[in-house]
Design a protein around this ligand. Structure first.
Ligand code: AHR
Length: 494
């Protein structure tokens, strides 16, 4: 059995892992909002004011810290005034990006803020720069957050909501380099400066955290220009990076029918998040050495071919053990860059791309990715601890990646948690860990794994893959020996 060594240096603390790294993203796309989150108050599916109970309960269990809405590409064609007032009077629109379906605007500002309040999380609203006006964006912020006797606050009151909402995060456009307007970095930087000027702080104790549209993956020029031109006007700058098994947007690879070559390339490409955070972070450091501007990875995750027979515009994909490994690897990379990464939002919460939850009418299942989010809750707001890892490689077809990935943190109660990922689909690995600076008296943990790389939950077998208690860790003094199963994610409490 291959072996790895790990020095867990609990005597050397790093930054705090912002709980927002475990954030989410829900767009008007396919069945994410409609059916996935919102079924309407008259639905036979149990709901509170239209928000379905089963999905809400599942998501609450994740302690979702922040939810981004309404898009994505949808955000730059969304006109918020179409989504307020009596639902039967709201105008429809065509959702041009996502299947050209008719959007009836029944889920709008009030419904989203109700969802956020029911979840108990922060709202992250993305404004429309691509096809919206400065005035429209300014009025939305007033409608949401002003308590004055002002036109927009009074319109909100007339629509049934007296008190201003708490909206902490506001994005000024989405993918302005692409679906949000095909702008050049230089042009968008000026647009950002202009639109942002009119995003006012109506609540003194809750200034808006302003997020500029950031780069598409490896576009470092975009980050350079934004940081050069707008650093003092931004609290956060976004970054989008999706993992595709193949280098072809027209044939990305199947979510479920794949061999080891696509297992390998998916994980190899996931690990490029490390390079992205390092290089974009280095540019940000040049203009912002104190790291005041957060890097906001507000779209990440796997992107496969849609499930056969489903609407190509709905981006509905299954979710397997491979996605769980992808989630674990990304979280470890975010932890390693927690001094700069202030938020990350997986795409997307329900029924779209790398989802937590899939629904089929009244039925619901939890995905392997959900289980990793749940197991990793222990890292929310915990302090990163240094880990020095020497790992064997997982080699395939002449290429190789590290077999083991590790991350440790100490929470506010002083408990230490160690999470481990084994990317190797065939080999268990023994990890000998020395612990310094923490007198561990016991170890317990859970593991997520399965016999096959493409193990998944279905509506007929909703618990085919779920976390199990883990007995592969043994503590002897300050040495911990872990037998990490092939293709697994493990979280240990020390
Ligand atoms: O998450 C799906 C889409 O991916 C988003 O709408 C867009 O921002 C990105 O290209």
């Amino acid at each position: 059995m291959p072996t790895a060594t790990l020095a867990l240096r609990a005597d050397q603390s790093g930054p705090v892992i912002n709980r927002n790294i475990y954030g989410h993203f829900a767009e008007h796309l396919g069945r994410c909002i409609y059916e996935g989150l919102w079924v309407g108050p008259d639905s036979p599916i149990p709901n509170t004011r239209g928000i379905r109970h089963d999905v809400l309960a599942a998501l609450k269990h994740l302690n979702i810290p922040v939810l981004r809405w309404p898009g994505g590409c949808f955000a730059d064609e969304y006109h918020w005034k179409d989504g307020i007032g009596p639902r039967e009077n709201r105008p429809s629109m065509i959702n041009t990006h996502w299947g050209a379906v008719v959007e009836n605007n029944h889920f709008g500002t009030h419904e989203f803020m109700d969802l956020v309040e029911q979840l108990g999380c922060e709202a992250y609203i993305c404004g429309n720069v691509g096809s919206g006006s400065v005035q429209e964006m300014m009025e939305w912020v007033e409608y949401l957050t002003s308590d004055a006797q002002s036109p927009m606050a009074n319109l909100r009151r007339a629509n049934g909501r007296d008190a201003a909402w708490k909206v902490k995060y506001f994005g000024v456009g989405n993918e302005s380099w692409g679906c949000g307007g095909n702008m050049r970095a230089e042009y968008y930087a000026d647009q950002y400066r202009r639109y942002n000027t009119f995003v006012k702080n109506y609540q003194r104790d809750l200034p808006v955290y302003r997020i500029g549209c950031g780069a598409n993956a490896f576009d470092y020029h975009w980050t350079e220009v934004m940081m050069r031109e707008a650093t003092p006007l931004m609290n956060g700058l976004s970054l989008h990076y999706y993992t595709l098994p193949k280098d072809d947007w027209f044939n990305k690879g199947s979510a479920t029918e794949f061999a080891e070559d696509e297992w390998f390339t998916t994980l190899q490409k996931t690990l490029r998040m490390e390079e992205l955070l390092t290089k974009h972070g280095a540019i940000m450091d040049k203009y912002d050495p104190q790291k005041k501007v957060g890097l906001i990875v507000d779209e990440w995750g796997t992107w496969y071919n849609v499930e056969p027979g489903t609407n190509p515009g709905f981006l509905y994909q299954q979710n397997t053990l491979r996605d769980a490994i992808v989630a674990g690897l990304n979280f470890h990379i975010f932890h390693a860059h927690a001094d700069r990464v202030a938020m990350a939002n997986i795409a997307q919460t329900v029924n779209v791309l790398q989802a937590m939850v899939l629904t089929d009418g009244a039925k619901m299942l939890l995905t392997p990715t959900y289980h990793v989010f749940e197991m990793f809750k222990v890292h929310h707001d915990a302090t990163v601890l240094r880990t020095d890892l020497i790992t064997p490689d997982y080699a395939f077809d002449g290429k190789h990646i590290p077999a083991v990935s590790a991350s440790a943190s100490r929470n506010q109660a002083g408990q230490v948690h160690l999470s481990l990922v084994n990317t190797h689909p065939h080999e268990a690995i023994t990890i000998t860990t020395t612990i310094a600076g923490h007198a561990a008296k016991s170890v317990s943990g859970r593991v997520l794994t399965a016999d096959t790389m493409n193990a998944r939950n279905t509506f007929d077998a909703t618990a085919a893959i779920a976390p199990q208690s883990f007995d592969g860790a043994k503590l002897g003094g300050d040495t911990l020996t872990v037998t990490l199963p092939a293709k697994s994610v493990v979280v240990l409490a020390l």
